[in-house]
Design a protein around this ligand. Structure first.
Ligand code: ADP
Length: 400
């Protein structure tokens, strides 16, 4: 067995999985979450679910320690002994990282520097890297960083520069970086394989719709534009993030409403989007069930759909309407029959038509085409698998 441990440190959770590189299957995976409150860790192995509550204070370092010592070393020693390398998801690589890299001191320094653009993620991900050095010292030179921003580094200047004085880019590196790159890259590779189009010739639009949502225009297998910006706050309407708004709203909140900048930031990141609009929840499982019963939920979902369809249309134009496929992924993209149906129905003019039966069938991890065959550009649902792409890159760089 060749096993890779994949670590994904989020702002308040830690996801982990161990992937068998011969079968490409996840053999153990789980999450430590709820760090601020009553933290717990859940994991799954051989279809068995396990859960342990943490009594005391927990953070990423302690959760990793529990994973390595108590779960892997004590309970699954055969797995512990077979892990050959560790892959880390890193949210922001700035302009420096075009590809995954083996982690060394210089890489750690660069991750720290890029933390100004991802203050909730990069510092915590560095803690993950440093904890692994302490906990698994024999693997300290077998750690790989895979960046969410790398895939978008192929964007041309006309996509990544903002129309603000140029010095803010040249001096301070303020530009569009994008995010979810690992997922957009994964589904691009999968769809080009599925449609038997060489990756280098593949043009399409990939929609990653989850708690955070983003959309990418792919030309010849590469990202040429994406909706997230300097940070993952820009773009589509999201679960709790506002997406595109007039920046003057911030001046208004600050000057006229006397709000401080931390409160404004909290509102735009954590209290806006579907949660802010519906005043109920950001969970699409609930929202879509109430679409026809609750007027405010209907308006909130219609706003989400309108923004998504506007982006798809504009990226179609960017790609001269010569696209091989439109792809849906992420929790909403993989499961929401309503969102896919209503969005595609707006795009008939772009030769996109949904097949309602296939749309209904393609949920819960199914890969599948959901368009009217012969009458539409292929519309494909592909479950994302960021862990696999991190593990594959880790194995490649570590010669495993
Ligand atoms: P994250 O960005 O945190 O990785 P996910 O990709 O897991 O998020 O997506 C979470 C979103 O997907 C939530 O809004 C959730 O309600 C939605 N979702 C998950 N399952 C379903 C489903 N069966 N139907 C509709 N929406 C779903």
């Amino acid at each position: 067995m060749k096993l890779i441990l994949v670590i994904n440190c989020g702002s308040s959770s830690l996801k982990f999985s161990i992937i068998n590189m011969i079968t490409n299957k996840n053999i153990l995976y789980g999450i430590a979450e709820n760090f601020c409150n009553h933290a717990y860790i859940t994991w799954q192995i051989n279809n068995q679910k396990k859960k342990v509550n943490f009594n005391d204070h927990t953070d990423h370092e302690l959760a990793l320690k529990y994973l390595i010592h108590n779960i892997l070393f004590k309970q699954h020693n055969n797995i512990f002994n077979t892990i050959q390398a560790v892959g880390h998801r890193i949210v922001h690589g700035g302009e420096k990282f075009l590809h995954p890299v083996i982690i060394n001191n210089n890489v750690m320094q660069a991750i720290q520097q890029a933390a100004i653009f991802a203050p909730l993620h990069n510092p915590i991900q560095l803690i993950g890297i440093k904890s692994i050095i302490k906990l698994l010292p024999h693997l300290q030179n077998k750690q790989v960083a895979v960046f969410d921003t790398s895939f978008h580094q192929t964007m041309p200047k006309k996509s990544y520069l903002y129309a603000i004085p140029l010095k803010f880019y040249t001096k301070y590196k303020i530009r569009r970086y994008g995010a979810h790159g690992i997922s957009h890259q994964f589904v691009t590779q999968q769809v080009s394989r599925l449609l038997k189009i060489p990756l280098k010739k593949f043009n399409g639009i990939t929609c990653h719709l989850g708690n955070g949502s983003s959309i990418t225009a792919i030309y010849q297998g590469k990202s040429i534009d994406t909706s997230m910006g300097l940070t993952p706050l820009e773009g589509l309407t999201m679960g709790t993030r506002c997406g595109n708004i007039d920046p003057a709203i911030i001046f208004y909140m600050y000057k006229q409403l006397n709000m401080n900048i931390d409160d404004i930031s909290n509102i735009l990141m954590n209290e806006s989007g579907m949660l802010g609009l519906s005043e109920l929840t950001s969970d699409f499982r609930y929202l879509e069930k109430q679409y026809y019963n609750n007027k405010q939920i209907k308006i909130s979902i219609d706003i989400f759909i309108q923004n998504l369809s506007k982006y798809i249309a504009s990226y179609s134009i960017l790609l001269k309407n010569k696209i091989h496929a439109l792809v849906f992924t992420g929790g909403i993209g993989e499961n929401s029959v309503l969102i896919r149906d209503k969005t595609i129905k707006k795009l008939k003019i772009l030769n996109m038509q949904i097949n309602p039966i296939l749309n209904k069938k393609t949920i819960l991890g199914e890969i599948g085409m959901i368009h009217q065959i012969n009458n539409s550009i292929p519309i494909v649902v592909i479950p994302t698998n960021e862990e696999l792409i991190i593990a594959q890159n880790t194995a490649k760089l570590c010669n495993i």
